[in-house]
Design a protein around this ligand. Structure first.
Ligand code: NAD
Ligand code: IPM
Ligand code: MN
Length: 378
């Protein structure tokens, strides 16, 4: 008995085993790693899809050797109307101690201008935690038809997430006069461009070995030519990866006409934003497009959210597709190292879409799709 006790106590600390001694046996009462997750449901359909994703995370954790703990943060446009801020001044500090953030959607333009809501919550979080790689997978789930007459594609978009066209450098002068000027400067740093391209090369190496780098260097001859140059510099280091440079306009057409020729697609912040709504479209709609805002060096936390927004046109109808948010939650668990749990969620999603559940926009209710995923998990 004592030997068994000692060996249990020598199990790795990270598993946090606690042994309960009884006269006849030693029963492991908990062996739990606990993840502390900040939930930011946000606006519109955000709360519904975030709750759906969270139910699935809790359910998968019940059958695994970890537990999850949520801190629900009410930061949203309503919060702005109540308090004058999308999140408190120390919002970033509140998030810092967590293991990850699961976010729904931010924005309700009829109540609060997007230029305030997004710059008060989503965009500062991405920057504060150096979540420079926004990865967005685009493939058809089983049973989803999509608008293309082909189903063989599997694209991973890697979007630069902290600088470029979203740097925020600029200003307006002479507002409201005929001399009005508005300037929005895109900023591309060597550090920023090199690290996102390197991330793209690494992803390509792990997948099918192909990287498409997207610019507009025929028109934008400073930043985009620079991006192409860094791509070619790095290509020498990654000789096992087949790299091709495309202009954004040609890439948009290719994603529709020949998506099966693409593997990893790396692009700047704005280009990546546009291409990933296109990616969402070819995979059947925004209800299927998941994303992860990664801090790849893991020096701080990452954030997981569907690609879609708050969908004001369908908010409160109960028909938002929660699959994008649930898939994003699977990406979160994968990032946290819970690869089995992440895979179980994907299997459950695929099991229900394969039989037509959630595949046609508006046909099933959010709650029904969520319940089906939960049942498939068991
Ligand atoms: P949107 O993504 O909210 O909606 C575009 C279209 O897709 C709508 O017709 C909507 O009904 C549909 N759609 C989106 N998600 C869906 C889902 N899960 N299931 C079924 N249909 C879905 O884009 P928008 O209308 O341009 O933006 C609305 C608001 O959201 C704006 O304030 C915008 O700035 C914001 N926004 C936020 C994020 C984010 O938080 N990450 C992303 C995009 C847009
Ligand atoms: C996205 C969204 C955001 C972006 C908006 C809401 C600022 O469209 O996550 O794709 O452009 O990054
Ligand atoms: Mn977008």
């Amino acid at each position: 008995m004592m030997d068994l006790t000692r060996s249990l106590l020598h199990l790795p600390m990270c598993l946090r085993y606690q042994a309960e001694h009884t006269t006849r046996s030693i029963r492991i009462v908990s062996k739990m790693k606990t993840y502390s997750i900040a939930l930011i449901p946000g606006d519109g359909i955000g709360p519904a899809v975030t709750e759906a994703a969270w139910q699935v995370v809790e359910a998968v954790a019940r059958g695994a050797d970890f537990t999850v703990h949520a801190t629900r943060l009410p930061w949203s446009c309503d919060h702005y109307l109540e308090t004058g801020a999308m999140m408190p001044e120390d919002g970033v500090e509140i998030l810092r101690g967590r293991d990850a953030i699961l976010l729904g959607a931010v924005g309700w333009p009829r109540k609060v201008p997007d230029s305030i809501s997004l710059h008060g919550l989503l965009l500062p979080i991405r920057k504060a935690f150096r979540q420079y790689a926004n990865i967005r997978p685009h493939r058809l789930l089983p049973g989803v038809e999509g608008p293309l007459r082909k189903s063989e594609f599997d694209i991973l978009c890697v979007r630069e997430n902290t600088e470029g066209e979203y740097s925020g450098a600029g200003g307006r002068v002479h507002q409201g006069t005929e001399d009005e000027v508005a300037v929005e400067t895109a900023i591309f740093t060597r550090k920023g461009v090199e690290r996102i391209l390197r991330f793209g090369f690494e992803q390509a190496r792990r997948r099918r070995g192909k990287l498409a780098s997207v610019t507009k260097s025929n028109a934008q001859r400073h930043s985009m030519v620079f991006w192409d140059e860094v791509t070619h510099e790095l290509a020498r280091e990654y000789s096992d990866v087949e790299v091709t440079s495309y202009h954004i306009d040609a890439m948009a057409a290719r994603m529709v006409m020949a998506p099966e020729t693409l593997d990893v697609v790396v692009a700047s912040n704005l280009f990546g934003d546009v291409l990933t709504d296109l990616g969402a479209a070819i995979q059947g709609g925004l209800g299927f497009a998941a994303s992860a805002n990664l801090n790849p060096d893991r020096s701080t936390l990452s954030m997981f959210e569907p690609v879609h927004g708050s969908a004001p046109d369908i908010a409160h109808l109960g028909i938002a597709n929660p699959i994008a948010a649930i898939w994003s939650a699977s990406m979160m668990l994968d990032h946290l190292g819970e690869t089995d749990a992440a895979a179980r969620i994907m299997q459950a999603i695929e099991a229900i879409t394969a039989r037509g559940m959630g595949t046609v926009p508006g046909e099933h209710k959010t709650d029904d799709i969520t319940r089906a995923v939960l049942t498939a998990l068991h």
